[in-house]
Design a protein around this ligand. Structure first.
Ligand SMILES: NC(=O)c1ccc[n+]([C@@H]2O[C@H](COP(=O)([O-])OP(=O)(O)OC[C@H]3O[C@@H](n4cnc5c(N)ncnc54)[C@H](OP(=O)(O)O)[C@@H]3O)[C@@H](O)[C@H]2O)c1
Length: 261
């Protein structure tokens, strides 16, 4: 029998914050389509089905035009309106800008910026005629400060934050809402995947990914423009960032991200 549950999707939904966001949707009665670049996406879909909903996994590279199109074609093929879209996939890249390979920086931009704009275009053109839908964009508290030794990453997240806020205003009155999630450092494999295993940030205190995802889900459902994901200290850091000069924040962040011998 066809499902009568609303449909959500989550990119980067096989692990970390994305999988927890997908679980939030499932626990709140959504069927969920998820995408990631490896076969882990199928295992994640099984975990979501255990929560009593339909889960639709799709493997595609979020850093290529074809990969983004292939996920959107997959979602459209489900033949149901998308009620909620979590544009969550993102990668980091630690190390000095002087040394990092240009192709790695371009790949980060392709996933974090180009891919987000690409999928958002498809989603907005789908939701606005339906006069309903909710869009969640995972940014970062890195959007509120310079991020030396992640010099391309932070600005890519600043793009995501202001993209979300801009789109939100454009879509006001259409029935489609946009919310940005700004997590602080969170317990996933993100920093290790970014080559930052020897940095202070990867070895310091991190926020609980379940709590971060819960805060993002609630903000999305309550039509809040953005939410900082994490504990009180993380939220206070963003308040403080708003009144701290950029060079001071840059020096502080460099201490957290510089790789150690
Ligand atoms: N963790 C943090 O401290 C933190 C803080 C602030 C913001 N964020 C943001 O939160 C979001 C999620 O990060 P996370 O911490 O959950 O990271 P994560 O644990 O590394 O998860 C990343 C997810 O994206 C998928 N992915 C990676 N490259 C992909 C590609 N080329 N194509 C398709 N899928 C791909 C991964 O699956 P596969 O490996 O199977 O592809 C995985 O599902 C990102 O946008 C990140 O910028 C994270």
């Amino acid at each position: 029998m066809a499902s009568h549950r609303p449909l959500a999707f989550v990119t980067g939904g096989s692990s970390g914050i994305g999988l927890e966001l997908a679980k939030q949707f499932a626990q709140n009665g959504f069927d969920v389509a998820i995408t990631a670049s490896s076969d882990k996406v199928h295992e994640a879909a099984r975990a979501l089905r255990d929560l009593g909903v339909e889960a639709y996994p799709h493997r595609a590279d979020a850093g290529t035009y074809e990969g983004v199109e292939s996920f959107w074609t997959f979602v459209e093929g489900l033949g149901r309106p998308v009620e909620a879209a979590a544009l969550n996939v993102g990668i980091g890249r630690g190390g000095a800008f002087l040394d990092n390979a240009l192709e790695d920086e371009f790949r980060l931009i392709a996933i974090n910026i180009t891919g987000t704009v690409h999928l958002a275009k498809r989603v907005v053109q789908h939701m606005v005629p339906n006069k309903r839908g909710r869009i969640l964009i995972t940014s970062s508290i890195s959007a509120t400060q310079p991020t030396p030794y992640e010099t391309v990453y932070g600005p890519s997240k600043a793009f995501g934050f202001m993209f979300a806020e801009s789109l939100r205003e454009e879509l006001r009155g259409t029935g489609v809402t946009v919310t940005a999630l700004l997590p602080g450092a969170t317990d996933s494999r993100f920093h290790k995947n970014a080559g930052m295993a020897t940095s202070a940030i990867d070895n310091g205190k991190k926020n609980d990914k379940i709590e971060v995802a819960r805060q993002g889900f609630e903000a999305l459902m309550n039509d809040v423009d953005h939410v900082v994901g994490g504990d009180e200290e993380t939220k206070q850091q963003v308040v403080e960032n708003r009144r701290t000069p950029e060079p001071v924040k840059a020096r502080r962040h460099a201490e957290l991200t510089r790789l150690r011998e």
